[in-house]
Structures are given as C-alpha cells and as structure tokens.
Design a protein around this ligand. Structure first.
Ligand SMILES: [Zn+2]
Length: 121
C-alpha cells in the first residue's frame, strides 16, 4: 500500500483489503477512475473483478484504503458521506514527509479511529 500510494501521489490512490477475522491477507489495488488529487472513485470494472477474486478465494472484504496526498490525515466529510461498506477505512497521508496510515470505522455518519497492527511489514 505504501508504495502504491506513494507512486500515485499527488493523485489519490485506492484499493481493497481482503482477509478474515480482521486480518488482511491480500491487498488489491484499484484504479482511481477520476485521477484526482482530492477525490477517488474506484474503477467499477476493477472493483467488480476484485470482489469476484475475494469471493472465489473464500475471503471477505475487510477494508478499503485510499490516500490523501494533500491531507487531511483523517476521513473527509466526502468519505463519510460516500462510505458504502461497513469495513475499516484506511487513510494514507504524508505527515512531515513520511506516509502514514490510520484506520477508521464509519457507521451511520459517525467516525471512530481503530488501531492498525502491522504483522508482516
Ligand atoms: Zn478521502
């Protein structure tokens, strides 16, 4: 994810996290259809392919990630308004020149931060 968001900066990059029991087993990159530095819309064809891959590997969608190359470090009002899945939303943003990831749970318009644990860097 770090390399992906870094390579696509200053455009927002995005993708899906597949796994089980809140443990990520596969990161699937999805093209940002609108190629914008301040918004992302997942390419619907790639997103569909990703969902099919996840299902065929008996995994679940457990997270969505995207980057905010120009900040903020947290989910934006647009992210909250457009959140379509009850999964962890990971936001990558550069803080003091270093990309960092923070996780958020979005439900009914409420945002709460969740801890992320890197098991295999
Ligand atoms: Zn966002």
């Amino acid at each position: 994810m770090l390399r992906h968001v870094s390579e696509h900066s200053p455009l927002e990059a995005c993708g899906l996290l597949a796994g089980k029991n809140a443990r990520v087993e596969k990161v699937i990159f999805v093209r940002n259809q609108i190629q914008s530095p301040t918004r992302f819309v997942m390419d619907p064809y790639e997103q569909l392919r990703a969902f099919e891959w996840i299902e065929s590997h008996a995994l679940e969608l457990i997270g969505i990630f995207h980057s905010h190359p120009a900040g903020p470090e947290t989910t934006s009002a647009t992210d909250v308004a457009e959140a379509a899945y009850e999964v962890v939303h990971i936001i990558w943003s550069p803080a003091n020149g270093q990309w960092q990831a923070r996780g958020f749970w979005l439900e009914n318009g409420q945002v709460s931060e969740v801890p992320l644990l890197v098991l295999d860097p």
